[in-house]
Design a protein around this ligand. Structure first.
Ligand SMILES: [Zn+2]
Length: 273
């Protein structure tokens, strides 16, 4: 009897504990968001993140708060002998946090750890067709695991950051995957604010994905990188890179896609150029 009463009491406490945890996490993030943005961090973003220099002042202010939260919350781990510095933390935080501007969330829902390698790294891969299993190697610039870490190569981060118009940005790419994975599946459909938006999102993104697949097959030029034709999740990540780095071209050549991303990110990067 006592055991049953004890079990009921413990079960009853779990939701209260979870609510308390969520409330205190929100309070901690709000506190970090409101903190003064350190002058050293400002120097790093100014020199390392050209996209930051394009932002209107109001968004810069917001980004400062989000960077504070990101640096306070994320667990950065250096791999392959890399020593994590403020330059690495802030350069990654600034770009990842661009995806959170003007939105309710102050941080990525499932993100805990960011593993940073000094150079583009080689990952072991295993593939199977049911009969034969093939062990191989794959060169990676970055990866985003569902409920797991984001893995980045620092040389790719620096390379992607320095050219702001090539639509190749590994941080924007991997953190777009994080947003996509928040609902438990990496399928190119992140959580949208209103249910009513899913129909248009699916229609526009499927159509554009098919166009990119066709362009790839026929070796036609495209504003979007052909890697986006790999699957719908990669399409969303590549479209995000293009939205931030080639907004005018995207708005001109893919107006419906641009509009969907503009609604989703609540930003209009074409106006910053
Ligand atoms: Zn990807």
């Amino acid at each position: 009897m006592y055991i049953i009463i004890l079990a009921i009491s413990v079960i009853g406490l779990i939701p209260a504990f979870l609510i308390f945890k969520r409330v205190s996490r929100r309070a901690r993030r709000k506190h970090l968001f409101a903190k003064t943005f350190p002058e050293e961090f400002k120097k790093i973003v100014r020199s390392n993140v050209p996209l930051y220099n394009r932002l209107p002042d109001s968004l810069k202010e917001q980004l400062h708060g989000l960077i504070n939260v990101f640096v306070g919350e994320a667990n950065f781990e250096g791999c392959g002998g890399l020593q994590i510095t403020d330059e690495i933390r802030v350069t990654i935080a600034a770009q990842a946090s661009m995806l959170l501007l003007n939105r309710k969330a102050l941080y990525f829902r499932k993100l805990r750890t960011i593993l940073v390698y000094p150079h583009t790294y080689v990952a072991k891969t295993v593939s199977s067709n049911g009969t034969i299993t093939v062990n191989g190697q794959s060169v990676r610039l970055g990866e985003s695991w569902q409920n797991g870490p984001v893995v980045l190569a620092w040389d790719s981060v620096k390379g992607g950051t320095s050219n702001v118009t090539d639509a190749l940005n590994v941080v924007l790419h991997e953190f777009a995957h994080q947003l996509d994975q928040e609902d438990g599946t990496a399928d190119g459909a992140p959580i949208l604010e209103h249910r009513s938006r899913y129909t248009t999102w699916a229609r526009v993104l499927s159509k554009e994905y098919e166009v990119l697949q066709r362009n790839k097959r026929k070796h036609r030029r495209s504003v979007l990188n052909k890697y986006g034709a790999t699957n719908p999740a990669e399409f969303f990540a590549v479209a995000t890179e293009t939205f931030f780095e080639k907004p005018k071209q995207m708005a001109k050549k893919h107006p419906e896609l641009y509009e969907e991303l503009k609604n989703y990110y609540k930003l209009d990067p074409a106006e910053w150029v």
